[in-house]
Ligand binder design. Structure first.
Ligand SMILES: Nc1ncnc2c1ncn2[C@@H]1O[C@H](COP(=O)(O)OP(=O)(O)O)[C@@H](O)[C@H]1O
Ligand SMILES: [Mg+2]
Length: 318
């Protein structure tokens, strides 16, 4: 008994071996073998229909594997799904909130479900809502809330019973860019504070890059690569330069986008980020900018984007 308890505590958060799921002729997940250590945010990144939600459902024991196996927190999904679900939180496609209840009552109801004592429930609800800047609004009915606020509350709900692991299925999908950034910041702060392992799915590269210590790229049910985002960046072959200066105009952006050496260009504050076809194209790009009146300060090489790698991994399969 003691040995097995120790095994559970020292096991990786998630370990899968050839995990597969077929739906009729569709192979939603094809031989996933993966090990995710505890205490990190893992990003499962892939376009729509690549098998992300199926994977979460398999890991929670909500769906049976066609072949292969998985252990979550040291428990087998086939035989110990209840133990897994007691120790995990989940935010799936449907946020699971009661629209006609206020925020605090939504969490309270959930806390009762987990049989958390009244005092602990109160303290925990206050703690989570405060950290998400929702405490002042706890008495408002959820129906009137923005999608971003509802997602935050749904995350609080998933964390309420202090799970060791939390599954977040596309937590920022459908949010406007500002709400998405806020939610990401809250997520990284809160999960670090709670020391919880996070399995997060996303089709958003920037999100994976920003939040995750480890990213797995999945496409058509197949795992393409698992690596820290920085390492994925280094796999990029597209030369990228960052140009810092002043006086950027819309005409300059148009010139860049039309330039034959430029793959893509975007401005981020005073920084211009340009992906080039060839590293040698940098001089003609800079010259063209300056001739249009740009005040150049610095040009530096930068790693290519995760986006390039993602595309090359996905393209390679086509
Ligand atoms: N219950 C189901 N019945 C039939 N096909 C399904 C079912 N669930 C998922 N699929 C199919 O499996 C593939 C992967 O789906 P899913 O895991 O939802 O992808 P993602 O979450 O990455 O968008 C898709 O082709 C989808 O249509
Ligand atoms: Mg999905």
């Amino acid at each position: 008994m003691l040995t097995s308890l120790r095994d559970h505590l020292t096991s990786p958060a998630i370990r899968t071996d050839g995990l597969s799921r077929q739906f009729g002729a569709v192979c939603a997940l094809d031989g996933l073998s993966l090990e995710i250590p505890r205490g990190i945010i893992f990003g499962f990144l892939g376009p729509n229909g690549s098998g992300k939600t199926t994977t979460i459902r398999l890991l929670l024991g909500l769906l049976e594997a066609t072949s292969g196996s998985a252990e979550v927190l040291g428990y087998d999904t086939r035989t110990d799904a209840t133990a897994i679900r007691e120790r995990s939180g989940a935010l799936l496609e449907h946020c699971g909130l009661y629209e006609r209840l206020n925020a605090a009552d939504n969490l309270d109801l959930y806390g009762r479900f987990w049989q958390i004592s009244r005092d602990h429930r109160r303290a925990r609800i206050r703690e989570l809502l405060s950290h998400l800047d929702l405490w002042e609004r706890r008495d408002e009915m959820v129906a009137g809330w923005s999608r971003g606020m509802k997602q935050k509350l749904a995350i609080a709900r998933a964390l309420l019973h202090r799970p060791e692991l939390v599954f977040l299925d596309e937590p920022t999908a459908g949010l406007d860019p500002i709400a998405a950034v806020t939610l990401r910041d809250d997520l990284s702060r809160l999960t670090a504070r709670e020391g919880v392992t996070v399995f997060l799915t996303t089709h958003n590269l920037a999100e994976a890059e920003r939040l995750c210590a480890l990213v797995g790229v999945v496409h058509n049910g197949k795992l393409k690569v698992v690596a820290p985002p920085a390492q994925l960046n280094a796999m990029s072959e597209t030369p990228r330069v960052e140009i810092i200066g002043a006086g950027l105009t819309e005409a300059m952006m148009e010139m860049l986008r039309a330039h034959r050496g430029v793959v893509s260009a975007r401005a981020d504050g005073r920084c211009l980020i340009i992906d080039l076809k060839h590293a040698a194209d940098v001089s003609s790009v800079v010259a063209a900018l300056v001739s249009l009146g740009y005040h150049l300060e610095t040009v530096r090489n930068s790693a290519g984007s995760l986006e390039d790698v993602f595309h090359s991994l996905v393209e390679a399969q086509r």
